[in-house]
Structures are given as structure tokens and as C-alpha cells.
Design a protein around this ligand. Structure first.
Ligand code: SF4
Length: 514
């Protein structure tokens, strides 16, 4: 690639590795916001830090939580930061991370120290690097799991942590580890994912590898490599992940255009056979071929909310609905207290922006529920509420066209009033503030994509394109638009019509996707 053709993002990355901006953050914390180099604003992302709207000196920060697993001390540390620096609220994201807002540059040395003091990091939470590794939020206690994903999730997280061999990838890189036949980590729309399967020939449980999923303007479903590795061969599993990542890192054709830089475009160019061949070339051992008979389940609605028996006899988890993932520090403190008092202190975050309190003995269930209910938490809620997801939106996101967090609350409250439960199978609503699909609107039963509409008098208003019929699993398909540029204040009425019409005409538990 000739020097003059290097795009700006690639130039900035070559000039200085994103992870190296940490030292500059400490300097800026002393010298002040006005001294920040413009290129370093982009590099801040490698430490999970973004400028937030309205760009008046505040930042948002994503804290990595591999597999959504936090112990009590870690959760309390985040809660204290939420109170002290984050104006009293935080957001659970669709990658099981926690996002803080309203941070200022001088606060970061203290924030880094306090996170690292409890074994947390924001390194790699954003930027062209391996993001938070997601996995089944009920790993280790899910009665349905084929394998506990925690060892592999941690090994992959450790492999990429501060690893300068992989800190300059063409673009973001999302990895998921799925341990249950019923998906909860959306492996088909991650860049690279591992999906557990019991090989029928010998009963060995291992992982299959999927590559090239992703949404945004051009959604792709990941394709399967012809590789299977037993789940207890963790070093080999990480080695396959290394080889996949090297294929991505070294694909120079992806670095010519930001909009064509995701791993999905390499999979589209190579196809799964060539991709498998290239991965095998990078291994000094020979993995087994994919196990025959695998297919994704067609049961794809999993949100973990409610009271559930764990696989450990006599223990339960309580799954709390945190609509759109936003909660206050007061609510977080209640969750921390209940987890400590009635469980073993642990807290889990889900990909549907909800939260679980595990390891509660039967005798503790009622008092735990009473304290949670008194604080306003709910778990017996309609599927339309507990399955709803929304992105950050215009409140803080510089790319947003529309508000999302408050709006989805209004939409869901209206739909609960006018559309009857049960739906037999949950209706998932995914709301995004722009086409980027951080809340995955392509795979919701209903996907809302933020846009602007021009009214009759020429004024411009926030609006949404309404899409329906997305699904993952065996018959994965993306949503299709049925209404364009619906003014935001009318969206809840339009959706009520869509759902009522669907309920009146559906046959045999038919899905939106059918
Ligand atoms: Fe921002 Fe768009 Fe992502 Fe929402 S979908 S967080 S508006 S980039």
C-alpha cells in the first residue's frame, strides 16, 4: 500500500499504538482537556474511553467484564465510580460491559487505579482490537449448558489483554463463547465465535468455530470453519483463535476502507473452505474436522430473567429486568447488597442488558426477592420488556440520530398496555439510534433504526425505520423494513398496530421471521 493511500485511521494507528495512549492520558489528566492531541481522541478508545456528546469535555468509558462475570468487590468498585464520577447511573451494554458517563480527563488515573485494584480493566473495550469476550451469562450454573465456558472465555481474554501483536487490527473484533445449545451470546453475529457441541461419534464436548458475523450497514451471518477442538484443550482452542485473528490482522486489503474493514468481508472473499485452510496453515498441529450433525437451535429467545433453578441442587439465580440496561447507583447498591447477603456475592450481566444474582439457597429466595422488590426491581415481566434492547443513542453517542434510552421505555410501557401477553414466544424489540446496529436491530423480531424525517413544513424530526422479522438460530435471517421514517413520537402507535395485526393473523406460533 503506498503511503499516500493510507486512510486516516490507519495512519494514526501506525503513528502510535492505541494501547500506548495510556501514558498520554495520565499527562492530559494533569495538563487538562485543552491539551489533548486530536489523534489521541481516537486512540483513547483502546482504553475504553470515548468523547461523549455534547463534546464539552466529558467522556464515556466502557469497562470490560469478560462473560459478564463480576464478584462483589468488583461490582461495588464500579458502583462507587458511578456515584463519584458518573452522575449516579451506568449502562449495561449488549457486550456484557458497563458504561459510565460524564467522566472528565483528570479522573482517569484514579479510575484506572481503582478498576485495576479489583482486577478489572477497560483496555480493549473499544478501538480496533479484541473487545470484551462475551459468553453465556449463566456459565457454570446453567442446567442447559453443555460446557462451562468460563475457562475458555478467561483464556481468550488473557491472550488478548495488552497483547501488542493484536492491538492494531483492521477494525473492531468481537468474540463470543457459547456453551449452551440455546444461544444467549448471539454467536452468529460476532466476528469470531466458539460454539459448544457434543460430538455424536464419541460423546466429546468441544467447540466449533464461526467466523465473519456482524451487523451495521451490511449484516452477515458467521460461517463455520471445518474445525472442532475438545473443550478441555484450552491451549489449542486459544491457538485456533490466534490463527483466526492473524488472518484478520494480516489481511491488508481490509485496511483500505473503514466501511469494508470487518472480518466479515474477509470471510465473504475467502469463503469457509479457504478460511479453514488458512487457519490450519498457521497451526503446528492438526485439529479435528468439524463434527457432523451440528446445527443451531431454533430456540433463540433467551434472556435469563426470572427465578431459575441452577444445576447445583438447592441453588437459584434471580434474573432482573433492567430495561435498556440503564440503572442508578442506588439500584446497583441494592443488587450488591442482596448478592452479598443472600447469594455468594457474584453478579452477572447479560447480552440482553439484564442482570443476574446467582447462588441463592432456596431458604434465602423470599427475603432476597422482598428486598429487590422493595427497591423497584422486577423479574416477572412481559417478554416484550425483558427482551428489549437499546443502544446509547443521541444522549451521549456522537454518531446517533435519535434518542433511544428514554424512548424505548415509553414504547415498551405503551405496548404492554395495548398488546396482550402471553406472546407464546417473546417479541424482541431492538432500538438503535443510527444504522450502526449496536443494539442489533437486524436480528430483533422488531428492529428500529434511527433516522431523520422531513415533515410537511420542511422541519426535520427524529424518526425510525421499522423493520420486522429478524431471527438467529437454524433459520437465521435479518429484518426487513416495513415502514420508513416514522416520526419518533408515532413509533409506539405504529408498533402497536404491527403487533396487534401479527397476533390476529399468526398461525401455529408463527414468528415474525416466518
Ligand atoms: Fe451510537 Fe448508532 Fe451505536 Fe446507537 S447504534 S450507540 S447511535 S453508533
Amino acid at each position: 500500500m503506498s503511503e499516500e493511500k493510507i486512510i486516516e485511521a490507519e495512519r494514526l494507528k501506525r503513528e502510535k499504538d492505541g494501547l500506548d495512549v495510556r501514558a498520554d492520558i495520565y499527562r492530559y489528566a494533569v495538563d487538562g482537556f485543552d491539551t489533548i492531541d486530536s489523534g489521541d481522541f481516537m486512540r483513547f478508545k483502546w482504553w475504553g474511553v470515548y468523547q461523549q456528546r455534547p463534546n464539552e469535555g466529558h467522556f464515556m468509558m466502557r469497562i470490560k467484564v469478560p462473560g459478564g462475570r463480576l464478584n462483589n468487590e468488583q461490582f461495588r468498585a464500579i458502583t462507587e465510580l458511578t456515584t463519584q464520577y458518573g452522575r449516579g447511573f451506568s449502562d449495561i451494554t449488549t457486550r456484557q460491559t458497563i458504561q459510565l458517563h460524564w467522566l472528565e480527563i483528570q479522573q482517569f488515573p484514579d479510575i484506572f487505579a481503582r478498576l485495576e485494584g479489583v482486577g478489572l480493566t477497560s483496555a480493549g473495550a473499544c478501538g480496533d482490537i479484541a473487545r470484551n469476550v462475551t459468553s453465556s451469562p449463566a456459565a457454570g450454573f446453567d442446567p442447559d449448558e453443555l460446557v462451562d465456558t468460563r475457562p475458555v472465555t478467561d483464556a481468550i481474554q488473557d491472550f488478548f489483554h495488552l497483547n501488542k501483536n493484536f492491538s492494531d487490527l483492521p477494525r473492531k473484533y468481537k468474540i463470543a463463547v457459547e456453551g449452551s445449545p440455546i444461544q444467549s451470546t448471539v454467536p452468529q453475529i460476532n466476528d469470531a465465535s466458539l460454539v459448544a457441541y457434543r460430538r455424536q461419534s464419541d460423546g466429546v464436548v468441544g467447540y466449533h468455530f464461526f467466523v465473519g458475523g456482524g451487523l451495521s450497514l451490511q449484516p452477515h451471518i458467521a460461517k463455520q470453519l471445518d474445525i472442532f477442538v475438545p473443550a478441555d484443550e484450552i491451549e489449542k482452542i486459544v491457538d485456533v483463535q490466534r490463527a483466526i485473528s492473524e488472518c484478520y490482522r494480516d489481511a491488508s486489503q481490509l485496511r483500505k476502507k473503514r466501511t469494508r474493514a470487518r472480518l466479515k468481508y474477509l470471510m465473504a472473499e475467502w469463503g469457509p473452505e479457504k478460511f479453514t485452510e488458512e487457519v490450519r496453515k498457521k497451526l503446528d498441529w492438526s485439529p479435528d474436522a468439524a463434527a457432523p450433525g451440528f446445527e443451531f437451535s431454533d430456540e433463540t429467545f433467551r434472556d435469563h430473567v426470572g427465578i431459575h433453578e441452577q444445576k447445583q441442587e438447592g441453588l437459584y439465580w434471580i434474573g432482573l429486568c433492567i430495561l435498556a440496561g440503564r440503572w442508578t447507583d442506588a439500584q446497583m447498591n441494592v443488587v450488591a447488597d442482596v448478592a452479598q447477603k443472600y447469594g455468594n456475592g457474584d453478579i452477572r450481566l447479560t447480552n440482553v442488558q439484564n442482570c443476574l444474582i446467582p447462588n441463592i439457597p432456596a431458604a434465602n429466595l423470599e427475603p432476597a426477592k422482598a428486598e429487590l422488590a422493595a427497591a423497584g426491581f422486577a423479574w416477572e415481566v412481559p417478554t416484550i420488556r425483558r427482551g428489549a434492547q437499546s443502544c446509547t443513542g443521541i444522549e451521549f453517542c456522537n454518531l446517533a440520530l435519535t434518542e433511544t434510552k428514554l424512548r424505548i421505555k415509553d414504547v415498551i410501557s405503551h405496548l404492554e398496555m395495548v398488546t396482550p401477553e402471553p406472546y407464546e414466544r417473546g417479541i424482541k424489540i431492538n432500538m438503535n439510534g443510527c444504522p450502526n446496529s449496536c443494539a442489533q436491530h437486524h436480528v430483533g423480531d422488531i428492529g428500529l433504526q434511527g433516522c431523520m424525517a422531513t415533515m410537511g413544513d420542511g422541519s426535520k424530526v427524529e424518526a425510525f425505520d421499522i423493520h420486522v422479522g429478524g431471527d438467529l438460530g437454524k433459520d437465521a435471517t435479518f429484518t426487513k423494513a416495513i415502514h420508513r421514517k416514522v416520526p419518533a413520537h408515532l413509533v409506539k402507535y405504529a408498533l402497536a398496530n404491527v403487533i396487534q395485526n401479527f397476533q390476529a393473523t399468526r398461525e401455529n406460533n408463527e414468528r415474525f421471521a416466518a
